[in-house]
Design a protein around this ligand. Sequence first.
Ligand code: SF4
Length: 116
Amino acid sequence: MKIGILVREDTMMKCTGKGCLNALLQRKDAFARYNGEIELLTFTHTGGNLNRKIEKMLEAGIKSVHISSCLRAKSPEYETLTKTLSVNFTVVGYTHGSEAGVRNSSLHDIKHDIND
Ligand code: SF4
């Protein structure tokens, strides 16, 4: 499975991504759902030219995009971003920590079975 992780731009000014990458490497939290090989082909923030980043993720064959837990917790754009990405990708609305998170969202309405 080729995947990408999108994180909050402001958080990237001070975060190394350890929580996201640790969860990925340990196959826990949001990454526990994958059974086979995972290829991380994007780890970037949502700032700048997001449409171009989406194009590049599509070109790379990415099927599943994780929206970081900090985006879920702090960004007012979370719901919009989730819906935008779901046009082209399976969207998982967090990376590390609890799936329930700290806010309710409509993500559960559009989340697919990632192992299909
Ligand atoms: S989800 Fe956690 S580890 Fe990932 S970028 Fe945000 S604060 Fe950093």
